[in-house]
Design a protein around this ligand. Structure first.
Ligand SMILES: *Cc1c(COP(=O)(O)O)cnc(C)c1O
Length: 340
């Protein structure tokens, strides 16, 4: 099977499996797992933040990240197709007691102009703004990368008003690859950032939440509350360390493969492709009079796994477990299906 459903489907590399086998471990709830401690330290260094916390999933990282920045009854501003809003079981409401103030955007990239009228202080009638959330790369907009000056501008203005900024950087390393900037530069001004080891970087599980030491210490308690106190999690952290050090070097290959898929799709009649900037390709099949659900079924018969994101759009995600040849085969299969 050629699996283009997501970059979460990667299997750990031989180096990761070896590191997991040899990992030095302890009880992380007592802070005694040396491998987890090493991972948290490296992640903090790479993000240029005081501290980092190893969490089982990106959803937990975003949940904790926003809980430590907000109070019950506040609002969080984000884009209307944010992962936080559509794919995280309303954890922001359920756990943090906050409302989402969603802003529609064409390509998932918010600017200060989009939100400045919506940032609210404490008042007699409304929910004050507790935080701003930005997603980089933006998943549902097709892996779009925030221009650095826009991130910095949002942070500068928000901070002037005392509003913190959280970045959902599930694919932050993909953003760094395309922007040609170190991760630490991209997140220099945001207060907290979550990034996944289990997406494009290929670790079997785990994400990192980085930020100020005091807030991350608070986050450690929230992680326990949410059931994320994982004991000998150095087994997972060992793979995470390899993901952090080795995987970013290979992301340009995934990006080139995604651009190739984008070019092939653009040449197919009735298909409209979003611009491809990283490893996610979002394309509209409605112009070819097709529905994603049906296409997924017929593609599967031909050995290709690809999902729809709604009634019009499909998503293909490249990762280190698909080669250029497999991307070509997948596009040949789609071409044949569309012609039949
Ligand atoms: C996958 C993803 C998450 C959540 O990660 P999980 O590990 O699946 O919980 C958060 N944000 C974005 C943009 C994602 O793509």
């Amino acid at each position: 099977m050629i699996d283009l459903r997501s970059d979460t489907v990667t299997r750990p590399t031989p180096a990761m499996r070896q590191a997991m086998f040899e990992a030095e471990v302890g009880d992380d709830v007592y802070g005694e797992d040396p491998t987890v401690n090493r991972l948290e330290q490296r992640a903090a260094e790479i993000a240029g933040k005081e501290a980092a916390l190893f969490v089982p999933t990106g959803t937990m990282g975003n949940t904790i990240g926003l809980q430590i920045l907000t109070e019950h009854g506040q609002e969080v501003i984000c884009d209307s197709r944010a992962h936080l809003l559509d794919w995280e079981l309303s954890m922001l409401a359920w756990f943090s007691g906050c409302l989402v103030r969603a802003i529609p955007t064409e390509y998932g990239i918010l600017t200060w102009d989009d939100m400045k009228e919506l940032v609210k202080p404490v008042g007699p009638h409304w929910a004050p703004t507790g935080a701003i959330e930005i997603e980089n790369t933006h998943n549902m907009a097709g892996g779009r990368v925030y221009p650095q000056e826009i991130i910095d501008d949002i942070c500068d203005h928000a901070h002037e008003l005392g509003v913190p900024v959280h970045m959902d950087g599930a694919r932050l390393f993909n953003a760094a690859e395309t922007a040609g900037l170190p991760v630490s530069r991209i997140v220099a001004k945001v207060d907290t950032v979550m990034f996944c080891l289990s997406k494009a970087l290929g670790a079997p599980a785990g994400s990192m939440l980085a930020g100020p030491r005091k807030l991350i210490a608070k986050g450690r308690l929230l992680r326990k509350r949410l059931g994320g106190g994982m004991r000998q999690s150095g087994i997972l952290a060992a793979a995470g360390l390899i993901a952090l050090e080795e995987s970013p070097k290979a992301l340009s290959v995934d990006h080139a493969n995604a651009r190739y898929i984008g070019e092939r799709l653009a040449a197919m009649e009735g298909i409209h492709v979003n611009p491809v900037e990283t490893n996610i390709v979002i394309f509209d099949v409605s112009g070819a009079c097709r529905v994603p659900r049906e296409l997924s079924v017929v593609l599967k018969v031909r050995g290709v796994l690809m999902n729809g994101v709604n009634d019009k759009l499909m998503r293909a995600v490249t990762h280190y477990d698909v080669t250029r040849e497999q991307c070509a085969e997948a596009m040949d299969a789609l071409e044949q299906v569309l012609r039949s």
